[in-house]
Design a protein around this ligand. Sequence first.
Ligand code: AMP
Ligand code: MG
Length: 391
Amino acid sequence: MVSFEKAQELVMAKVFETGTEQVDFNEALYRVLAEDVYADIDMPPFDKAAMDGYACRLEDLDKELELLEVIAAGEIATHKVGKEQCIKVMTGAKVPEGADTVIMVEQTEEIRPGLIRFSGNKTAPNIAYKAEDVKKGDLVWKKGMQILPQHVAIFASVGCIKPLVAKQPRVGILSTGDELVEPSEYPEEGKIRNSNGFQLIAQVRAAHCIPNYMGIVPDTEEATHEAIKKALAENDMVILTGGVSMGDFDFVPRIMRQNQVEIIFQKVAVKPGRPTVFGRTKDTCIFGLPGNPVSSFINFEVFAKPLLYKMMGLDYQPLDLRLPMGIDFSRKKADRVEWLPVSLNKEGEVVPVEYHGSAHIHAICLAKALMSIPKGLYEIKKGALVNVRPI
Ligand code: AMP
Ligand code: MG
């Protein structure tokens, strides 16, 4: 059995990247950038009026100003602003030549048509200066970073309309178990609905990768062999659930080996998820996760998700908050790292949610985060700081 930390390290060491592709920037949300993006223009591209008002010379503020013309954003003034003159400009318009200040419309009086006076007592220049935000040639977003809505705006403004991004790993999802029926069916006695498969589809989507649901696999060696073989051939990563424990029909690790999978580990000192299996062929990673939905959920989060991100070139650093415990907590065994579904109370303290064990999927639905309890720790006193990862 490997330690939890060692297992994480082994998973992350087995990364291969999925390659790159160019996409429309408007379809690039949440993709991982595979190139550095530079500005092809200054931003702002010219000295820009930051207010609706009158462009004039600062030294003329105590004078009456002759109005030369009115320009909208996008228009260029036909006059130059000289001594005791002004041009009315709208926010976003290029500041006319000769002007160094834009006085706000609210701080002016029109003495008579065509004659303006500053009525405030002081003013800022109210100009957004050329290149003050970004200079032509500046790096605006880096390779290996995820593209969020604000980056789409930056790409639009620098004309990066076809960014190079990492290809999304395709993840084959298999649910093993003779007891499983599809969610559309009503389970007969002894059967349960396949919840893991769909939970994993959603988790893969939430990690911005491509799920490939490959169905329920009966607990026979032949069916498992065929399913694993097909899944390895068609995907960058395969995730199976069930069939990895000590039951009479738990032969997933053996069948993986028959399919040229090098098993990297087969048991991890983590709760839930001790029988988690991880292996790889030359071009596919494969996880065998325990069948209980909470184990499957957590082990996807802590093992598969960071690997998927790394396959896309993203150094994923999950939020790891240090928060005070809201109750006295103890556990009987401390031989494994434990992940516990928790919530936060009004004081921002960590409180475990009601949890009956790894089949209790509803517990995760009520949880806000997973608390990690280190190996060897039996007791946590109220107020002690604990590590939690939001989910
Ligand atoms: P196993 O890991 O195959 O021994 O399964 C452990 C437990 O998880 C059993 O109670 C299974 O019925 C349950 N289980 C296995 N696969 C699924 C699934 N896809 N959806 C929901 N529960 C499952
Ligand atoms: Mg099973």
